[in-house]
Ligand binder design. Structure first.
Ligand SMILES: [Zn+2]
Length: 424
């Protein structure tokens, strides 16, 4: 048995309550004891880590991951990347997520059919470092829908798969399931920024959505959907979709529908891409329709998400890291975006990044909180993330990263510096 004792931590436990001082004992893959009487815990043979008031918190969960995204400027680059190179990039991205404190990642789509699946399998077999991963298939889209990068006059591969009509959706969904995915992805609406001045359209028919959901649920898999338009959110809820992404144009009726299924459904805004387009893209670097559409989208998200929070709808952080403006590894920026744009307190945003994420992973009963008996996916953080959520963006602040009780990182120099400071 391996034992690790974190002495004198401030525990932020993921419940949303205030942090408190404690000693925490990890045994093998789980949290064994949380002792609020400091210095009392007997832990013979344990490796002792003197935390000296650093924060011990649950590992982060990326709720809308794309480990196959390659930090490109154009989506066509995904189709242009050969499968061999693409798989290596995804393996590096998986490691990068864990290096940045993400001990779990729920995929929102894989740019090729089997990449998420093989990376997940390799991580679970201990062959590659990476987060716990829920693998998704490629985005299933209709001809002309989001992700259809084909052209009539030339062959061009894409990151999506194409289906028109419920029979074709059924076949693709079954193909994804056969190849080992945990979830399928349906692009029910388009994006904000395809045509100047137009809101996104809902283009996948109700029959098509129902067909995909029926296959996935028959096989015990989940369904994720890209839904920006209000009608696409309603269609997703009516058809039984489990994870509804974006949702910024949700109107009152869509919010009511989401609220009615809040115990079953998760929502994720993937706000980073909108934030960076609106606030960080230099003048002249974005096509005018993108600048306009993302501005509308961010403003709409700032209206819809405070309302979702009020209604108790579970919202997860992350999403669409892996573009040029949102490179892989910067995913923890989302926590600050929730505070800045969506009306969340730091503590509420951190719950989205931990507890709700673990529930999305299907592991809410044993992951995402610092609780006795739970899996020891833990971060030891130099500083107080509730006082300043942005510290989680800096690898130097992540002194220890544990996944299932195994140390992925322990920065002994940081511990020694802290000890020297304490001795002064
Ligand atoms: Zn996405």
């Amino acid at each position: 048995m391996t034992r690790m004792l974190f002495k004198n931590c401030r525990v932020w436990d993921g419940s949303g309550g205030a942090s408190y001082p404690a000693d925490v004992l990890v045994e093998d893959e789980r949290i064994r004891t949380i002792a609020t009487q400091l210095g009392q815990l007997q832990a013979a043979g344990a490796e002792v880590i003197e935390a000296r008031g650093m924060t011990l918190m649950p590992g982060l969960v990326e709720g809308h991951s794309h480990i196959t995204f390659i930090n490109g400027a154009r989506p066509t680059e995904l189709g242009d990347t050969p499968p061999e190179e693409h798989t290596l990039i995804a393996a590096r991205n998986a490691r990068l997520l864990l290096d940045h404190g993400f001990t779990s990642a729920y995929s929102a789509a894989s740019a090729k059919l089997r990449i998420d699946v093989v990376i997940r399998n390799a991580i679970e077999a201990g062959e590659l470092p990476g987060p716990r991963l829920r693998a998704c298939g490629p985005e299933i889209t209709v001809t002309g829908g989001l992700g259809d990068e084909r052209r009539a006059h030339q062959f061009r591969d894409s990151f999506a798969m194409f289906a028109d009509g419920p029979v074709e959706v059924t076949k693709l969904a079954r193909l994804c399931v056969r190849e080992g995915v945990d979830s399928i992805k349906l692009n029910i609406s388009g994006d904000d920024h395809t045509r100047l001045g137009e809101l996104p359209r809902t283009v996948m028919s109700e029959d098509e959505v129902r067909a995909g959901v029926a296959v996935a649920h028959d096989f015990g898999r989940m369904v994720n959907a890209h839904c920006r338009a209000a009608e696409s959110v309603k269609r997703a809820v009516r058809c039984g979709v489990d994870v509804i992404y974006h949702c910024e144009h949700a109107d009152e009726e869509a919010l009511d529908l989401l609220e009615a299924v809040k115990d079953r459904v998760f929502v994720g805004p993937a706000i980073g891409l909108l934030h960076t387009a609106v606030h960080e893209a230099a003048d002249g670097t974005l096509p005018i329709q993108v600048r306009h559409g993302t501005g509308l989208g961010l403003a709409a998200a700032a209206r819809a998400y405070p309302e979702m929070k009020k209604r108790g709808i579970r919202v997860v952080i992350g999403g669409d890291y892996g573009f040029a403006r949102t490179p892989q590894g910067e995913n923890a920026r989302d926590i600050a975006h929730f505070v800045q744009h969506l009306g969340y307190s730091p503590s509420e945003a951190l719950v989205c990044a931990t507890r709700y994420g673990a529930e999305l992973m299907g592991l809410g009963h044993q992951l995402g909180q610092v609780r006795e008996g739970f899996l020891a996916d833990l971060l030891l953080v130099d500083g107080d993330p509730v006082a300043d959520v942005s510290i989680l963006q800096h690898q130097s602040r992540l002194v220890a990263i544990l996944k299932g009780g195994a140390l992925h990182k322990l920065d002994r120099n940081a511990l020694e510096r802290r000890e020297a400071r304490a001795a002064e």
